[in-house]
Design a protein around this ligand. Structure first.
Ligand code: HGY
Ligand code: MN
Ligand code: MN
Length: 414
């Protein structure tokens, strides 16, 4: 499809969501990690859609796919519209992809109408926001914002492949990741449309909302080393069971976070070695994901948890190593941009609902480069990071109309 009229934004978006969802590492559900063949396929497909919408297309130095629609003259500073194309494991099909596809639909509409704005518009499909493969949240957006951490290049995935090796295999040059960085004068603003991944808009009966702040997050990788032994012969009092120690740690995470309404804590990944039913686990690795809208709540809880986890390990004669693999401060969205989005929502006929995001988004990383604003779209039951994630075509349409309106309302844009 080359362009869309505003009546069919929704239909085109929903059909492209399904096309992208088919590009998965697993036949059982949607999993698409950074720098995999499926990532390459997604970049190729999204790149074609960008070209059909009248954009020039390039892949940057870290594997983000970027389309550019020139303004009234070549080379003008750009409004960036973006989100991510990578997914969690067994993901929903809207998280990230909706924002990229909606951005392309809006540019397609400008192109269909032959409209050129007094600024360029770029649509970015970030290659790695979830950080599933290398525990590297916001890698694509950090690189574009000029904040790539070189130490990440040594990070290894579950198959012991380093990020540098994966980049090389993908056709990227690890020594050139700095080339992805954009200059602040070239970027006027960053807009991201994303599913809410929570229940507020649905409870308010609204299809869209404006994001106020993006919650901060800390991710830990915890390693416990005890002593493997025979399940039948080692008395309970003589054991250094790494998995029992992990269980105590995991309940401590739950207890600390349940005691405070401002906190959420999750242990999403765990692996026990050697992993035989008749062997006392000698070593365990698990992750901790800690979030709060206000940073002091998160950092205080983190300090408390470190003490509790170390005490539990010590009591059981198990060694513990805690590595902070990702940390992002909470980020307020730009007030002016948020008011522009609120105005576009009103002009599109809906009441304005402002709400915080408990989920992280590339906008948090892009705030280091430009003012950021986010549009939330209602999702059914607030369910996300789950194959049951769903939205209606009408809500996809509503989100696209608001984003299209924001582009036209952007100062100098009408
Ligand atoms: O984890 C998050 O909040 C986001 O999905 N990366
Ligand atoms: Mn996500
Ligand atoms: Mn997301």
């Amino acid at each position: 499809m080359t362009g869309t009229t505003t009546d069919t934004f929704g239909a085109e978006i929903m059909s492209r969501i399904d096309d992208l969802a088919a590009l998965s590492e697993s036949p059982d559900g949607l999993t698409r990690r950074y720098l995999t063949p499926e990532h390459r396929q997604a970049n190729d497909l999204v790149g074609r859609w960008m070209g059909d919408a009248g954009m020039t297309v390039r892949q940057d130095a870290v594997g983000n796919i970027i389309g550019r629609y020139e303004g009234v003259s070549e080379g003008l500073p750009a409004v960036l519209i973006g989100s991510h194309l990578d997914t969690v494991v067994m993901a929903g099909k809207f998280d990230g992809m909706l924002g990229v596809i909606t951005g392309i639909a809006c540019v397609g509409e400008l192109n269909r109408r032959g409209r050129r704005l007094p600024f360029a518009v770029e649509v970015v499909g970030f290659g790695d926001e979830e950080g599933v493969r290398f525990q590297s949240g916001y890698l694509g957006s950090h690189a574009l914002a000029g904040n790539f951490e070189p130490a990440l290049l040594e990070r290894r995935d579950a198959d012991d492949i380093s990020l540098a090796e994966a980049m090389t295999a993908f056709g990227l040059d690890p020594a050139r990741v700095g080339d992805a960085a954009r200059r602040a004068p070239d970027v006027l603003a960053y807009l991201e449309l994303h599913i809410e991944q929570g229940p507020v808009l649905e409870s308010q009966g609204l299809p869209v909302g404006v994001v106020t702040t993006i919650a901060g997050a800390t991710r830990l990788a915890v390693s416990l080393t005890g002593e493997a032994g025979h399940a039948g012969t080692v008395p309970m009092t003589l054991r250094h069971d790494a998995l029992a120690a992990a269980a105590e740690c995991i309940l401590a995470v739950e207890r600390v976070c349940a005691e405070s309404p401002n906190l959420v804590g999750t242990v999403g990944q765990i692996a026990a070695e050697p992993g035989a039913s008749n062997v006392i686990p000698g070593s365990v690795r698990f992750t901790v994901d800690l979030r709060a809208a206000e940073d002091p709540h998160r950092t205080t809880a983190l300090d408390e948890l470190m003490v509790l986890l170390e005490a539990a390990a010590k009591r059981r004669g198990v060694a513990i190593e805690i590595e902070k693999v990702h940390e992002a401060a909470s980020v307020p969205c730009d007030a002016q941009l948020s008011d522009l989005i609120a105005g576009a929502i009103e002009r599109s006929g809906w009441r304005v609902q402002r709400l915080p995001s408990g989920a992280g988004h590339d906008a948090a990383a892009m705030a280091g480069l430009a003012p950021v604003g986010m549009v939330f779209v209602r999702c059914e039951g607030g369910v996300s990071h789950n194959p049951a994630e769903s939205i209606t075509a009408a809500d996809a349409e509503a989100g696209a109309r608001v984003l299209f309106q924001v582009l036209n309302d952007f100062p100098g844009g009408s």
